[in-house]
Write a protein that binds this ligand. Structure first.
Ligand code: NAP
Length: 287
């Protein structure tokens, strides 16, 4: 049996904790780092004092961070991963960051003999916990092959979309469908409520009709219970729509509804709904 590579895991948010826990359960030696050290207690593994110290001790660094700024700080800031890396290691970025930042990370690190993948994920805390994520990968084929056993633990499918940044682009595509679906669901509920439809019956109908996709079915009980505690924080959806609209401008795609949804999620974030679940878009629309 081949020895499992030692993994350095950075980012213990909603997603990072269950994903790293699955690798530990699968027998991977894992060293963790998180900016807020209290969250390290959520994992049963040793931790490093800085991203640089972590990188110096592992074979593969995996990041699960919020956005471009977090990724840049953790990889290239003072005490960052880049300070501890050596040729032959791999860096896998699993957070949703921009295609441009993904390409720039690959360019800077590959020059040093480090393999780099962008590998954002589709699926929230439940599939992360169940090891059933869908993983969208950009980067060189050899790096993808090397990291495939790790993806097999974290997800049910890994798609290799092409070179650096292509995984990040695929992630924007899937999240547009997610964000637009939940915007539509929220608007349907608001219209139903304002028109005097019995709400429970409306929700039950939406769970039975042709529109009852898995994500709609997942969110209906939360709507019924008025429970908007975060699985996928709304602020990340607002960020993803900003990235999608910027990417559309770069590649010349005309996406009118996506542009409107970007404004809608952005307004909800500005009004304080950012740390609640994405489904709190409904609360924002209720006013
Ligand atoms: P989260 O709970 O907000 O966690 C974000 C992580 O990034 C935390 O570990 C946080 O550290 C760290 N971080 C943020 N800014 C930082 C900085 N400047 N320097 C160092 N660390 C920083 O996010 P999440 O829900 O786990 O999502 C992570 C990524 O996956 C996001 O890009 C999101 O869009 C994407 N995603 C999320 C879901 C979901 O359902 N939640 C699903 C698919 C994809 P602290 O603990 O110190 O704040």
């Amino acid at each position: 049996m081949m020895t499992k590579p030692k993994i350095g895991w950075i980012g213990l948010g909603h997603m990072g904790v269950p994903m790293a826990a699955n690798l530990i359960a699968a027998g991977y030696p894992l060293l963790a780092y998180n900016r807020t050290p209290e969250r390290l207690a959520l994992l049963d593994c040793p931790s490093a004092a800085s991203p640089a110290a972590l990188a110096a001790e592992v074979d593969v660094v995996v990041t699960m961070l919020s956005d471009d700024a977090a990724q840049e700080a953790v990889l290239f800031g003072p005490g960052g991963v880049a300070e501890g890396l050596r040729a032959g290691q791999a860096v896998v970025n699993m957070g949703t960051i921009s295609p441009g930042a993904s390409r720039s990370t690959a360019e800077r690190l590959e020059k040093r003999g480090v393999e780099v993948l962008d590998a954002p994920v589709s699926g929230s805390v439940k599939p992360a916990t169940e090891g059933a994520l869908v993983i969208l990968v950009g980067g060189k084929a050899e790096a993808f092959d090397r990291c495939r056993p790790i993806f097999d633990v974290l997800g049910k499918r890994a798609f290799h979309f092409g070179g650096a940044g292509q995984g990040a682009r695929a992630k924007l595509a899937v999240n547009m469908v997610l964000g637009l679906t939940l915007q539509a669901l929220a608007e349907a509920v608001v219209l139903g409520e304002k028109s005097g439809l019995p709400r429970d019956m409306l929700l039950e109908m939406l769970g039975e009709a042709a529109v009852a996709s898995p994500i709609v079915k997942l969110k209906l009980p939360a709507i019924a219970a008025g429970n908007f505690s975060a699985a996928f924080p709304l602020k990340h959806m607002a960020k993803d729509f900003r990235l999608a609209v910027a990417e559309a401008a770069e590649v010349g795609a005309v996406l009118p509804v996506t542009a409107t949804a970007k404004e809608s999620y952005g307004r909800a974030e500005a009004h304080g709904f950012g740390d609640l679940d994405i489904m709190a878009i409904l609360q924002a629309l209720r006013g």
